[in-house]
Design a protein around this ligand. Structure first.
Ligand code: PMP
Ligand code: G9A
Length: 402
């Protein structure tokens, strides 16, 4: 008989929690299910033919290197191209020595936890918080403290008061984690004034800001808002982004931008995680950007997602009962629905699954308190017909519950 291995587990492993989004992915594979759950890009937004051409080029020019181990830092021409792009499009100064290529932005988050959080160390964020970040920081036993809100407004004065109180208690946070543009899950974009104030707070209280920006380039309405890193004159902001939403998540390519000493710590941490990021993917992505395809492709994603956003707005307007509110995002991939307190979205979930429609329950994004009357809806993945049908089914489930 096999022995029971439980007693050998590290404390850390005992407390590992499954990501609800990852678990939901399995459920949404069921035939007939309309998934408005996972934040998946639309397959129609994958530049299949061009990727094929880029792969052919890698085979012609670089295949020996592309199949070999690479440096932990990442492919030098890719880092240089990314640095150039950050300067041009994101408006902050950096060069290739400030860029580390990671296995997705998810790894950048995990490395952030490894580099900055000892067990019990505190990080702050404005809830709702990206689930993958909660999971990454939880794995290294970081502790969450919320930056408060009043209603839906971020309460930055409240944040100062809280920081003063925490300082008195000797629980000083290491960093503030934020997704300021088209946030996952809320779809919100932080206005420029709030970005400046958040940076002021980080200066006053000597904190780092971790700025996670996977969606910033997928803007199809409204005006560009500069990223916090572009306002930073002290190298206080560590910036991360990903190819997942602008090329394809299957490449598993992301990047971190930080000052060299900090980046060195990320590199050393990464060495023990995976030695280096997928080298073949890096060569293909580098060909892709060098060929000038990326910007054109991002424009086509913006056009596609704007249309899908409109389909979802129309369906919500047509089918949702009174009392349900939502934002209409100017980019990114998510709607955030607020429901009356009588509807518990966790209890509603089974009913929705019976009707073959899936969403992510809002409380999954609240690490320290439960918010049972909200949900996240993704509009990038489903077909237009399924968005409409999915919202119709969901509205029926909500109406029955109300
Ligand atoms: N950060 C945020 C805010 C995300 O939404 C995601 C996933 N979509 C990630 C990081 C991780 O992305 P990836 O690992 O695919 O680059
Ligand atoms: O759904 C999201 O928030 C992004 C995707 C995450 C995942 O696939 O785990």
């Amino acid at each position: 008989m096999a022995i029971e291995l439980d007693r050998f587990l590290a404390e850390r492993a005992r407390h590992l929690k499954a990501s609800e989004i990852r678990e939901l992915l399995k459920l949404t594979e069921r035939p007939g299910m309309i998934s408005l759950a996972g934040g998946l890009p639309n397959p129609a937004a994958f530049p299949v033919e061009i990727v094929k051409e880029c792969i052919d080029k890698v085979f012609e020019k670089d295949i020996d290197k592309a199949l070999q181990y690479g440096t932990t830092e990442g492919l030098t021409p890719l880092r240089a191209t990314l640095a150039e792009r950050m300067c041009e499009k994101y408006g902050f100064e950096c060069d290739q020595n400030n860029v580390l290529v990671t296995s997705g932005a998810q790894q950048a988050l995990f490395l952030t936890g490894l580099v900055f959080l000892d067990p019990g160390d505190v990080y702050m964020s404005i809830p709702p918080v990206y689930l993958g970040a909660i999971q990454a920081f939880h794995t290294v036993e970081g502790r969450f403290e919320a930056i408060p809100r009043i209603g839906m407004e971020v309460d930055l004065d409240g944040a100062r008061k809280k920081l003063d109180r925490m300082k008195g208690e000797g629980r000083y946070p290491k960093f503030i984690y934020t997704v300021p543009t088209f946030q996952n899950p809320s779809g919100e974009t932080m206005p420029l004034s709030e970005r400046k104030e958040l940076l002021d707070i980080a200066k006053e209280y000597d904190l780092i800001i971790i700025e996670d920006d996977p969606y910033g380039e997928i803007r199809f309405d409204g005006d560009h808002v500069p990223c916090i890193k572009a306002l930073d004159d002290e190298d206080r902001v560590i910036f991360m982004s990903t190819f997942s939403k602008i090329l394809a998540p299957g490449f598993r390519l992301g990047w971190v931008v930080a000052q060299r000493d900090t980046l060195r710590k990320y590199i050393l941490a990464k060495q023990s995680v995976d030695l280096c990021t997928n080298v073949f993917s890096q060569f293909v992505a580098n060909e892709y950007i060098a060929g000038g395809y990326l910007d054109r492709h991002i424009t086509s994603i913006q056009v596609l997602y704007k249309k899908k956003r409109d389909v979802m707005v129309k369906a919500l307007e047509d089918f949702m009962p009174e009392g349900i509110t939502w934002n209409s995002p100017e980019g990114g991939m998510f709607f955030w629905l607020r429901l009356p307190e009588c509807v518990n979205t966790r209890e509603l979930f089974d009913k929705a699954i019976e009707k073959n429609v899936a969403y992510v329950v809002g409380d999954a994004f609240y690490p320290d308190n439960d918010n049972f009357c909200s949900m996240r809806l993704n509009y990038s993945y489903a077909t237009d017909e399924n968005i409409r049908e999915g919202i119709k089914r969901l509205a029926e489930a909500i109406a029955e519950e109300m």
